[in-house]
Design a protein around this ligand. Structure first.
Ligand code: DGY
Length: 320
């Protein structure tokens, strides 16, 4: 008898076809709406495997209902939506999709840095709103990226990929991470420092650390006050690492110069959110890994992980 899996969003055709050859597959047949929580809770007991997104909270309640689950394959590198301890204590494997999204997420991080520093979105709006009356010397002037100092918080694969791009812009590189990364220090000429020094010294600070109980609220008003008032903060990791209320206050008081954000404490970001009022904040809808090529690879990797796990093999991206 075929094992049963549930997929919480509509996968690409070829991924679905391949999975259907091996498993009995049920899907939430939508590209852009979430399966209601109650519905997932109601059906999850039927499945051996779950392929889910960061929009699903895989907590104790869901794991209690999913008594037949053997694997949860997350379509993301981050897995803060899954209670790993609860899954592990039930013997459920959890997998993620690292590697395939590294370069794409680094591209977007760099794009946010350029967009926020050179006021790309604001300038484009200004043109469309008829505010471009003549070439004027200080119109839409921003901050230089080339030759400035970049501080990376969390030097993993994505952080290193951002640092490689920054070298092409002749930036000075610093980082703060839980542990030192000698391999990246040697390759990238990137200097390790404590968090305070990185914040005080950098013109750009990129948050690229996983969201865990240790990194929740890593950046609050206290840390923002250490930054230069000409500095720009970029977050393409997870919203809760940066305290949004404190960021709003820091922006209002000119404590930092601007920000580029792809992730938020609450997603989707409500349209009346104060962060959307700042012209000096570039706000994107969590699209760090959103290239067609990369999202396809993420689906393929998530499918591989769930397949191997249910075939009794060790999936390549086991996190517990
Ligand atoms: C991740 O993978 O964790 C991103 O946030 C979505 O690609």
């Amino acid at each position: 008898m075929k094992k049963k899996i549930f997929i919480t969003r509509k996968p690409p055709e070829h991924v679905l076809n391949n999975l259907q050859k091996i498993f009995e597959v049920d899907i939430w047949n939508s590209e852009d709406t979430e399966i209601p929580r109650d519905e997932l809770l109601h059906i999850i007991h039927k499945f051996d495997g779950l392929l889910c997104l960061l929009t699903e909270s895989i907590d104790e309640e869901l794991l209690d209902k999913g008594r037949n689950l053997k694997v949860i394959s997350n379509l993301a590198v981050g897995y803060n939506n899954i209670c790993i301890e609860e899954a592990t204590s039930r013997g459920i494997m959890v997998t993620n999709t690292p590697g395939v999204l590294t370069e794409t997420t680094a591209d977007l991080t760099f794009a946010l840095m350029l967009a926020a520093s050179r006021r790309i979105v604001e300038a484009s709006h200004a043109l469309r709103e008829g505010k471009w009356r003549t070439w004027s010397p200080m119109f839409m002037t921003g901050m230089d990226v080339h030759g400035s100092t970049l501080g990376i918080i969390g030097l993993g694969e994505i952080g290193a990929a951002v640092a490689r791009r920054a070298k092409g812009f002749n930036m000075k590189l610093m980082y703060y991470s839980r542990s030192r990364k000698p391999e990246f220090e040697a390759e990238l000429d990137i200097e390790y420092a404590d968090l305070h020094t990185v914040l005080q010294t950098s013109d750009y600070v990129c948050i690229l650390t996983p969201f865990t109980k240790d990194t929740k609220n890593l950046i609050t008003m206290k840390e923002l006050k250490l930054m230069k008032n000409t500095a720009i903060l970029i977050n393409t990791a997870r919203g809760g690492i940066l305290n949004e209320m404190d960021l709003i206050q820091a922006l209002s008081e000119g404590i930092i110069w601007g920000a580029g954000l792809d992730v938020y404490e609450q997603e989707p970001l409500p349209l009346d959110h104060p962060l959307l009022q700042f012209p000096n904040v570039v706000t994107l809808p969590h699209i760090g890994s959103a290239s067609i090529q990369t999202r396809t690879k993420m689906w393929e990797l998530a499918a591989k992980n769930i397949t191997l796990a249910l075939q009794g093999k060790t999936p390549p991206n086991l996190v517990n």
